[in-house]
Design a protein around this ligand. Structure first.
Ligand SMILES: [Zn+2]
Length: 113
């Protein structure tokens, strides 16, 4: 892969190619799309991707906390004598809420030698 500088020897001679190269790839409509990055762009993207992953991770933790808080509050309210169950009706049990899967951020940076 040529480095992209038009006057560089690698532009026309495959034997004079050099690295490292930085490439950002992601999925778009089921296809992998990639774009070459300069070192500076790659550093920025690495930071942005790390931020995004941290955000995703925080959201997962917030959702889990929110579920716990909801269950605790319901249990707390029910425990204060406001329970109005129909003894003849079917018992409604709330099972554990399945964990939410958050897909990993697809963007990643490949460094080719
Ligand atoms: Zn070059």
């Amino acid at each position: 892969m040529p480095c992209g500088r038009p006057n560089c020897a690698c532009a026309n001679d495959p034997n004079r190619r050099h690295g490292p190269y930085y490439q950002l790839s992601w999925k778009e409509h089921g296809h992998t799309v990639s774009r070459r990055l300069s070192l500076e762009e790659a550093r920025l993207y690495q930071e942005w991707i790390a931020n995004r992953r941290q955000l995703d991770s925080l959201l997962v933790q917030m959702k889990a906390l929110s579920r716990e808080a909801g269950q605790w509050m319901l249990g707390h309210l029910m425990g204060e004598g406001s329970r109005t169950e129909d003894p003849t009706g079917p018992s409604q049990q709330v099972g554990p809420i399945p964990a939410t899967k958050v897909p990993g951020y697809p963007g990643q940076i490949l460094i080719a030698p």
